[in-house]
Write a protein that binds this ligand. Sequence first.
Ligand code: UDP
Length: 248
Amino acid sequence: MNDLARRRVDLLGVPVDAVTMAEALHWALEQLPTGETNLIFTPNPEIVYRAWHDPVFYQALTSADLLVPDGIGVVWAAARLGQPVPERVPGYDLMIHLLAALARRHGRVFFLGARPEVVQAAAQVASRRWPGLVVTGYHHGYFQPGQEEQAVLQKIRAAAPDLLLVALGAGKQEEWLAFHRAELQVPLAIAVGGSFDVLAGITQRAPTWMQRLHLEWLYRLLRQPSRWRRMLALPRFAWTIIKAGAKR
Ligand code: UDP
């Protein structure tokens, strides 16, 4: 990645790479031949706010090699703090672009996370949608630490994917990837949150007009009102950014 694309901004101490979708994709594909494991995380306001007051999560999050600005809240905050990022790079879209690019080179992918029927459906949808893609395996995200987890790690290593998609929910997936990085033996892993549910058609993304108006968060709240408590992080994040901006 060139210097411009490598520029990192600082959001409440959390580094975020000032990259476009095209640059993130380019960087990701460049890592595929490497032997070591590269991690991509996709911080949104909820994630940045959590890292701001949870040191364990902060350590995990900032261990990533690429942190893309997932969502308009992060784009807004970066601009507000005088360090703009070029555009939002939603994790779901990055995953789709990665799968399409991987399919063109007959690359291998492993799906880890979500409920058993969801991960199976997501893997099947991906195989159908991108015939060149080699789905080397999948496993649900409700395994126990210890023996079961070791078996999952072994399954991933044996499948030898180029790309590991991890959907264990925000927080858990970043900590899991940071903790197990050395045991994975995959060149590239990305934390993708609820993306398998979307790919499998279980949950829908906001309609395009709502995405254009940057109202994806409202759509999510309307569909899953139980998230309201979690979503309190959004105004708290905004307020913390405004205060940080005023102090500059
Ligand atoms: N999930 C999982 N294992 C867990 C918790 C969650 O595999 O222990 C999956 C869940 O089934 C869903 C995804 O993680 O497919 C995202 O969950 P959620 O919407 O709670 O997380 P978000 O990414 O929105 O925080």
